[in-house]
Design a binder for this molecule. Structure first.
Ligand SMILES: *Cc1c(COP(=O)(O)O)cnc(C)c1O
Length: 419
């Protein structure tokens, strides 16, 4: 069992909650930066390695700036994600635009910004040419269909809406070449939250083999291969994190076996990881406000699924700890819930936890509840159903100070679009 970390003790987080009322997200800059340096060290075996951080995972320009300072680019799939990257000073080919069902306007913005455009469909070659125009560098997204198994969150590639088939990849690159495109990249994204190293190595192997096939059939060579996102994090204490060094070594073996003999070396290796970069370094901090005992025992929080929907949406496990009670016996079984009028608004179901004190019972001693691994696909998946206002975001800086990097939403924000 791994002890789940939280960077503040009870006194420090209570003090923070006085200044910034709960609920709030807290991100740990030091944890994020150290993690990126581990990734970069492991992947330094590939010259020019770059991770384009998936902006959707944590779309805050203050965070993107920290990532950019560590050499990361941005993976965008919408107009506003492109603008967020721009706000963070990320531009040109440091942006990979991996969108799907893309409106013309978004291609135009991506082209203007000089982003690398990754096309999701064969027909988008002509669409891009007609609208924004074809850039000198184009990437295509591969969907292996029945040739690769997916996983629970993203589903089976065969049923996934993304990418081009194997035949379309070959004819797509041939067509791009014919149209005068001179630089090429190959991309895939076949799994989400996958902890298995062999799975990711197999994905790399599959792309390497495809790169050789495309070269043999069309004569083109790739500038880089983008392995996509999808590296998992150990949401459960008993799970093990992916060892970046082992993963990089596995990919390097496949590279040496397939890419080198085919004369395709040097070939750049890129990734689009989001979750594994920031996920373990963010938390949703809430206050327990109500206790309810009916057929089950419930603890009601001052946050809800509108702040973080993964548990409600996929039944995803997020570890929960109570500051000051980290070593207390797990004597209770609770459903930890939010206030939405939706019964899947549950952060945890039948979870063993220490006895929790709620604000309604004893305001002075009410417990804070920390939901772990909320640093990616957390607040960004939030919504406003039931008129709920999403909480703000705080950043714990490397010097130990805390700054608010997004204020909580207000009723005025919610009404701002009414005519
Ligand atoms: C969501 C997504 C990512 C990031 O996935 P993680 O699981 O956060 O690593 C990368 N690329 C594409 C195209 C995506 O849709």
């Amino acid at each position: 069992m791994n002890r789940k970390y939280f960077p503040l003790d009870k006194a420090a987080v209570e003090k923070l909650a006085q200044q910034y009322p709960t609920p709030f997200y807290l991100y740990d800059e030091k944890g994020i930066v150290e993690n990126i340096r581990r990734i970069k060290a492991a992947f330094s075996v590939f010259s020019g390695y770059k991770n384009y951080f998936a902006v959707k995972a944590l779309p805050n320009p203050r965070i993107l700036k920290i990532l950019a300072a560590e050499g990361l680019g941005a993976d965008c799939s919408s107009y506003t994600e492109l603008l967020l990257s721009e706000m963070a000073g990320i531009s040109g080919e440091d942006i990979m635009f991996s969108s799907n069902e893309t409106p013309a306007r978004e291609y135009e913005t991506a082209r203007k910004m000089g982003a690398i455009i990754n096309l999701d469909d064969f027909t988008h070659i002509g669409f891009l040419e007609k609208t924004a125009g074809l850039p000198e560098l184009v990437s295509l997204r591969y969907n292996p269909g029945p040739l690769k198994e997916g996983n629970a969150i993203i589903g089976r590639p065969e049923e996934a809406k993304y990418g081009l088939t194997r035949e379309q990849i070959v004819s797509g690159f041939a067509l791009l070449k014919e149209k005068g495109v001179g630089r090429f990249a190959l991309h895939t994204m076949v799994a989400s939250n996958e902890l298995s190293v062999p799975y990711h190595v197999e994905t790399a192997r599959m792309l390497f083999e495809l790169a050789v096939e495309v070269k043999n059939k069309t004569g083109i060579t790739f500038e880089f291969i983008n392995l996509g996102g999808g590296v998992g994090i150990p949401y459960r204490p008993e799970q093990q994190a992916v060892e970046y060094g082992v993963l990089a070594a596995g990919i390097q073996n496949a590279y040496n076996e397939i890419i080198k003999p085919a004369g395709l070396d040097p070939l750049g290796i890129r990734t689009e990881w989001g979750r594994t970069v920031t996920g373990p370094h963010g938390w949703l901090v809430s206050r327990a406000i109500h206790r309810k005992g009916i057929y089950r025992n419930y603890i009601g929080l001052d946050s809800c699924m509108a702040d973080m929907m993964r548990p409600g949406l996929y039944g995803a496990y997020h570890h929960i700890t109570i500051p000051g009670k980290e070593d207390a016996p797990l004597s209770e079984v609770y459903d930890v819930v939010g206030s939405l009028c939706e019964n899947n608004d549950k952060f945890a179901v039948q979870r063993k936890l220490p006895k929790i004190v709620t604000a309604a019972e004893d305001a002075a001693h009410a417990d804070l509840v920390v939901i772990h691994d909320a640093g990616a696909h957390g607040r960004s998946m939030g919504f406003n159903y039931n008129g709920k206002l999403r909480c703000g975001e705080l950043l714990l800086r490397q010097d130990g100070s805390v700054v608010q990097i997004r204020r909580p939403e207000t009723a005025e924000d919610y009404f701002a679009t009414l005519e």
